[in-house]
Design a protein around this ligand. Sequence first.
Ligand code: NDP
Length: 334
Amino acid sequence: NRRFLLKRRPKGDPVPEDFDLVTEDVPSPPAGGFVMRNHYISLDPAQRGWMDDAPSYMPPIPLGDPVRATSVGVVHASDNPDYEVGQWVMGLNGIEEFSSVVPEHFTAKIDPTMVDSPARFLSAMGAVSLTAYFAMMEVAKPKEGEVLCVSGAAGAVGSVVGQIGKIHGCKVIGIAGGPDKCKRLIDDYGFDFAIDYRGKDRHALAKEIAKAAPDGLDIVFENVGGEVMEAEVMNLAHYARVVLCGLISEYNSVEKHGLQGLWRILTQRATIHGFLIMDYADRFPEGGAQIAEWMAEGRMRIDEDIYEGIENAYETFMRLFSGDKDGKLVLKVA
Ligand code: NDP
C-alpha cells in the first residue's frame, strides 16, 4: 500500500520534501468497516489549506497521515455485510492505494454504470460541480440579463459556474490564465467573454472587465482573490452579489492580503457571501440530478484531466497552482 504522507507543513509553495511516499502492508478491515482499493483520487485546492495548522472549517491533516482526499474505488476486504467486496464506493479518505474506512465517515455507495468513467464521481457528480450548483442557485441566484463574472473560469468549479449562468440567461465573463484556456471558455463552455489575467495588474484587468461589462457586474463568483478580485470589485454594479468560494491566489502566500477595495462594496451596496459546500451535503442527490440532466440535454460540458500514478502525486497536485491542466484534476492510482 503506497501512501503519500504529509511529513511537514509547507511554508508557502509546497516542496517535495514536505511529503513522503511510503510503502506499507495493506491494512485489515477495521471493525464494522472495510478496506477500499482507491482507483481515482481527487486533487483539490482545499488540500493546501488542510496542510496548514490554522483555524479552518476542518482540522489540519495530522503530520504523518496521508494527504486527505476524496477518492473513488472498490471494496477490497470487508467486515460489514452492507459493503460487499467489489462494491464501488467514494468518500473522504487519503492519497493512498488502499484506505481503511469506517462507513459512517462520509462514505457513499456509487454505481459506475451510470457514467462513462468512475472519475465522473469526482467531477460532474462530485463536490466541485455541486459547489458551482449550490453557490449559484442558493447564493448568487442568477436572473435573466444579469452580468456574471467568474474567476478561475476554466477550472472545475468555474467552468460549471459559467455554464449555469448561461443556462439562466446571464451574460457571462470568465477570467482565466492564458489564451488557450480563454479560447476554451468561449468554444467549449459557451461563455460570452474571456479575459486572460496573466501579466496584468488590477487596473489593466479592471479596464478589460469594464469593456466587457460597461454597466458593471451583477454577480462576481470568486475563486481566485488577489488582483483578480480587486479588478472585479472595481466593476461592481449597484446591489451586486459577490460569492466568495475560493481564494487560490493566496493559498501559498505566507502573508494573506485580503481585499483592498472594500470602499467599493460600500458605495455599490454590494453583498459578499462566504460559501462552503459542506453546508449542502444533505442535498447532493438533488444537485447531482440537475447536473446530470443538463449534461444529458447537452447544455453542460464537464471535463476531467486525469494523471496516473501515486508516485506523481506531488507534481500532479502542483498543477492546481501552475494552472497546467484542463478541467477537474484527478490522480488515477489503479
Ligand atoms: P481548479 O480546477 O479551478 O484549479 C485551480 C485553478 O486556479 C488553476 O487551474 C489556475 O487556473 C487557477 N490559479 C491557481 N493559482 C492562481 C493564481 N495565483 N492566480 C489566479 N489563478 C490561479 O480548482 P477547483 O475548481 O477545484 O477550485 C476553484 C476554487 O474553488 C478554489 O479557490 C477552491 O478553493 C474553491 N472551492 C471552494 C469550495 C467551497 O466549498 N467553498 C469547494 C470547492 C472548491 P488558471 O490557469 O486560469 O490560472
